[in-house]
Design a protein. Structure first.
Length: 401
């Protein structure tokens, strides 16, 4: 993943880093709006927790379906063309919210989310390794964490938009306001796609190694990669679950008993914690070994979820919201540690890692089924097992490094 040489290489790296950060922000904004859709669609279509969490299932199922093809497309097209294609597909997914709100049918929303996920998957497979390659290897963890911080900025702004537009104004008779945030995002995605397409032949972009025609499942023989794959699976599952059900949790009488728009806006504090943690984490990772910081984050997250379960009122609400801070460095650190030592296998390994994001489909669905049986508060204990898995991966990575 060596960078091409040139007199303006430093400037070119900063330029591509800047536009990549814009992509991180926008896809974070698009993804987190699903959290606002969950309580509103639950109300509009009279769904239980398992049924409404089919929204997250439809979105994150795309990672299982499209990750491996995205790796091949990336190797064939290169970073700029691959990212432009991903942005274009994401535009189509956003536009599908127009017929979804027009026909007022739940399956249309699931289709729109599935298509949107195809584009976001392409972005995950291509933009993450691009950022890793835009500079010295020893700063890769810090660089990706910084980019992920802007993704968290998008996830922080998103709930405020969702509360103001989706939760407050959408009614059973008029779903039209629900489409507007996605149409705004589609316009920005389109502009970013044009920028990447225009720079498709730039010599300053990292080179992408060829991806074999067949999936190299032998990569799972690398223990750190296999363990990291499991870490991504449970991390995304836990993060998506808490973000999706946070509004419903805060609306419970035993917690804060808030109305939906207010509870929905408070979800921005959860994602905002991740944003602040990633900005700080980008600096901390230049001074603290990545596995050690990951272990601290996972241990604190598990403790906070248990505190939320055992508490009531503001204590329970604050504990669950603060889990966002613990999530801050998890994805970029697990991702980067999982790819260490893989050399030219990085593009295909990146595609395989993105398969693990299907945890965002399966873990929330499982917790939704559990919540319908034993209650929401009891079901939210399940992510503790996810954090134990992540802490174990951090311990293994620490001994290897």
């Amino acid at each position: 993943m060596a960078l091409a040489s040139g007199e303006n290489l430093g400037h070119a790296q900063r330029r591509w880093m800047g536009v990549s950060i814009a992509v991180f922000f926008c896809w974070g904004l698009a993804t987190v709006l699903i959290d606002s859709l969950v309580p509103k669609l639950k109300e509009l279509f009279q769904l239980n927790y398992a049924e409404v969490l089919l929204t997250q299932f439809s979105f994150f199922l795309g990672y299982l379906v499209f990750s491996l093809p995205a790796g091949h497309i990336l190797a064939r097209l290169g970073y700029a063309r691959g990212i432009a294609l991903g942005l274009g597909v994401a535009v189509l997914g956003c536009l599908l919210f127009v017929p979804a709100t027009w026909f007022k049918q739940f399956p249309w929303f699931l289709l729109a989310l599935f298509v949107l996920s195809a584009g976001i998957t392409m972005l995950q497979v291509s933009v993450n390794p691009l950022v890793l390659g835009l500079g010295p290897h020893e700063r890769a963890h810090s660089r990706l964490t910084l980019a992920q911080a802007f993704n968290s900025l998008g996830t922080t702004v998103g709930p405020l938009i969702g509360a103001a537009v989706i939760l407050r104004h959408a009614t059973t008779q008029d779903m039209a306001p629900m489409r507007w945030p996605f149409l705004w995002i589609a316009a920005v995605f389109l502009g970013l796609a044009w920028y990447f397409w225009r720079g498709r032949d730039a010599a300053s972009l990292p080179l992408v190694a060829a991806v074999p025609a067949q999936v190299d499942w032998q990569l799972f023989r690398h223990h750190q990669f296999a363990f990291g794959w499991a870490g991504i699976f449970v991390y995304v599952g836990a993060e998506v679950t808490l973000g999706s059900l946070m509004t419903s949790f805060l609306m419970q009488a035993s917690v804060l008993g808030l109305p939906a728009p207010v509870a929905g806006s408070m979800v921005s504090l959860y994602w905002g914690g991740a944003m602040v943690g990633r900005f700080l984490g980008s600096w901390v990772l230049t001074r603290v070994p990545a596995p050690r910081l990951l272990m601290w984050g996972a241990s604190c997250a598990g403790g906070l979820v248990v505190t939320a379960y055992l508490s009531h009122g503001w204590m329970a609400a604050l504990a669950l919201i603060l889990v966002g801070v613990c999530h801050s460095v998890m994805f970029p650190v697990i991702y980067a540690l999982s790819l260490e030592g893989l050399g030219e296998d990085v593009p295909q390994a990146s595609g395989l890692l993105c398969l693990a994001i299907v945890g965002g489909a399966l873990v929330p669905l499982g917790i939704g089924l559990l919540a319908d049986r034993v209650g929401l508060s009891h079901a939210l204990l399940l992510p503790v097992l996810c954090y134990i898995t992540i802490a174990a991966f951090a311990l293994k990575a620490r001994t290897v490094s």
